[in-house]
Design a protein around this ligand. Structure first.
Ligand code: SF4
Length: 283
């Protein structure tokens, strides 16, 4: 058992008083009154992650500088990987890609939460306001994770408005390209979150998992409401409709696990074990 250096916080979760204890210099623990029993949740914390300690508020990435990936835009348009369109079409595509890219404002927000309990089909995360439980194929995606970064990433509202204007003018091809750019820019914002987490955690030997989003791979879309509640209902300018759809539409939300590199690598990709062989999102 570690020796403790200080009590950082103490609050009620349901009827239980939960104490957040920092065990300096490199670990934290969440202790319930019966902490000596198996319900004790104890985590190693990378020292380099002090800037994103659980319990801190969301961190924002307001400017995503990742250049646009034209190959990814083509993939969203349905082209096979590595395909090059004919020269005349390529020029039209490039023009619309450039226009959409110029007005996109990709940004993201994320919050880091410790895992309290995890099973094949659910995960419990400790937040400031209490425990949030997500249901889905959690074990497949986030199994060896000790922390979860919940995130919201978006291409911003302008791309979507542009696409819908083009659609109403009857320019379906341009609207499709602009929408594909929106999807790519939202993905770039998600990538910026993963990259920031990777940099923060690398020196402690922690790596991120693939992101796992509500509405995909066995997690119901309605789990989105829980995720947004971690951000007070809105994050990075993205809100949720009553049907759990994000506005702007070209947005991504999800959970990214963080665990020891050897454990995450040994767990591999959930796609390797998935039987949905024709899944277009296979990674
Ligand atoms: S193959 Fe598709 S459905 Fe299966 S885990 Fe991968 S992304 Fe999810």
């Amino acid at each position: 058992m570690h020796s403790t250096r200080g009590l950082c916080a103490d609050w009620l979760v349901g009827d239980d008083r939960l104490s957040y204890i920092e065990i300096w210099p490199s670990s934290i623990a969440f202790l319930t009154p019966n902490w000596w029993e198996s319900s004790v949740a104890e985590f190693d914390t990378p020292q380099s992650a002090l800037g994103i300690l659980p319990g801190a508020g969301p961190r924002n990435i307001d400017c995503v500088e990742t250049p646009i990936d034209r190959g990814e835009v083509l993939r969203y348009l349905g082209y096979p990987v590595g395909y090059t369109p004919k020269e005349t079409l390529q020029k039209t595509l490039d023009d619309w890609i450039d226009k959409a890219n110029a007005i996109a404002t990709p940004r993201a927000t994320y919050i880091l939460l410790p895992v309290v309990e995890i099973d094949r089909s659910w995960i419990r995360l400790q937040g400031r306001e209490g425990i949030t439980e997500f249901a889905g194929a959690i074990g497949e995606f986030l199994g060896p994770s000790q922390y979860i970064a919940a995130f919201i990433a978006t291409a911003g509202p302008a791309v979507e408005h542009f696409a819908s204007d083009l659609m109403s003018q009857g320019d379906d091809l341009a609207a499709m390209v602009v929408n594909a750019v929106g999807a790519e820019r939202a993905e770039a914002a998600e990538g910026a979150v993963i990259e920031e987490l990777r940099k923060q955690m690398v020196s402690a030997g922690f790596v991120p998992t693939l992101p796992y989003s509500p509405g995909y791979c066995g997690m119901a879309l309605t789990e989105q409401a829980k995720l947004f509640s971690l951000f007070g209902g809105e994050g990075a300018g993205v809100t949720l409709t009553g049907d759990c759809l994000m506005r702007p539409l070209k947005s991504i939300s999800g959970l990214i696990g963080l665990g020891r590199a050897e454990n995450i690598e040994a767990h591999g990709s959930p796609c390797d074990r998935c039987k949905l062989y024709n899944c277009a999102m296979r990674r």
